[in-house]
Design a protein around this ligand. Structure first.
Ligand SMILES: [Zn+2]
Length: 250
C-alpha cells in the first residue's frame, strides 16, 4: 500500500534510505557542534546589552530629575534671600518694637527655609553623584560586553560562512532522502534521533551488539536483521538496526 504518494519500496531500500538520512543528519550535527554554544552566547550578550541600555536610560532620567529639583531649590533660595533683604530694609523704617520683632521672625523663617533648601540640594547632589557613578559602571560594562559580542559574532559569522554552503547541500540531500521514506517511518526516525544522546537513530550491529547502546543482540535477531525483511529496533534503546554489511557500503 502506498502512503501519501510515496512509491512502495522494499524494506531493504527503506533501511538503506534511513541509513543514508542518518549519515547526512550526522554531518549536519557535526556542523552544529562546530558552532557550539556561540549562537546562544551571542544571544545572551545581546540581551544583556539591551538590559544595560534600559538601565542607563533610567539613570539618565533620574539624574535629569535631580538637576531639575536642584534648580528649583536654588530659585527658592533666591526668593528667600530677596525677602530677607526686603525685611531688613523694612526694619530700618519700623514704627515700633513689635513690627521690628515680626520682621525678625520672618527673616528667621526665611533663613531656615534657605538652610532647608541647602540641605535638600546636598541630598539631591549626593543622589545624582551616586547615579552618575552607577551610570559610569554600566557604561564600562556595556563597552566590555560589546567587545565580547563583536568577537563572538565574528567567530560565529566565520564558522557560518565556512559551513553555510556545506550545510545547505546537506539539508537539500536530507530532504531528497526524506521524500523516499514514508511519513510514519520518517516520524519514528526523527523521534528516535531526538531522544538519542548522540543523534543516532540508525545503527549497525557491531560485535554482536547494538552499535548505539552496546547491548548484546541474540543470534536469531541478528539473522533477522541480516535478512532485511523487517524493520527491527533494538529492544533496549529503540534504535533502528542494520547489518554490518549494509553499514559498510557507505
Ligand atoms: Zn540499542
Amino acid at each position: 500500500m502506498s502512503v501519501k504518494g510515496t512509491k512502495e519500496i522494499s524494506v531493504e531500500e527503506k533501511l538503506r534510505a534511513l541509513f543514508d538520512l542518518q549519515l547526512v543528519d550526522s554531518e549536519i550535527d557535526k556542523i552544529k557542534t562546530l558552532r557550539g554554544e556561540l549562537p546562544l552566547e551571542v544571544q545572551d550578550l545581546e540581551d544583556e546589552i539591551a538590559g544595560l541600555n534600559t538601565r542607563i536610560a533610567h539613570m539618565q532620567e533620574d539624574i535629569r530629575n535631580f538637576e531639575t529639583l536642584i534648580t528649583g531649590k536654588k530659585s527658592d533660595i533666591e526668593v528667600s534671600k530677596g525677602l530677607i533683604e526686603r525685611y531688613q530694609g523694612q526694619q530700618e523704617n519700623v514704627r515700633n518694637n513689635r513690627e521690628y520683632e515680626n520682621l525678625s521672625k520672618e527673616i528667621e523663617f526665611q533663613t531656615l527655609e534657605i538652610e532647608l533648601c541647602e540641605k535638600k540640594i546636598r541630598e539631591f547632589n549626593a543622589a545624582a553623584k551616586q547615579r552618575r557613578e552607577d551610570l559610569e559602571r554600566a557604561q564600562e560594562l556595556i563597552n566590555d560586553r560589546s567587545e565580547d559580542l563583536a568577537q563572538k559574532k565574528s567567530e560565529l559569522d566565520e564558522i557560518i560562512s565556512e559551513t553555510k554552503q556545506e550545510e545547505e547541500k546537506l539539508r537539500e540531500k536530507a530532504k531528497q532522502i526524506e521524500g523516499k521514506i514514508e511519513e510514519r517511518l520518517l516520524n519514528a526516525f526523527k523521534r528516535i534521533r531526538k531522544n538519542a544522546r548522540n543523534g543516532l537513530a540508525v545503527v549497525a550491529v557491531e560485535r554482536d551488539a547494538c552499535g548505539g547502546c552496546f547491548n548484546k543482540i541474540p543470534p536469531q535477531r541478528q539473522l533477522d536483521i541480516r535478512l532485511r525483511k523487517k524493520i527491527i529496533v533494538c529492544e533496549y534503546c529503540g534504535r533502528i538496526l542494520i547489518d554490518q554489511e549494509m553499514a559498510s557500503e557507505k
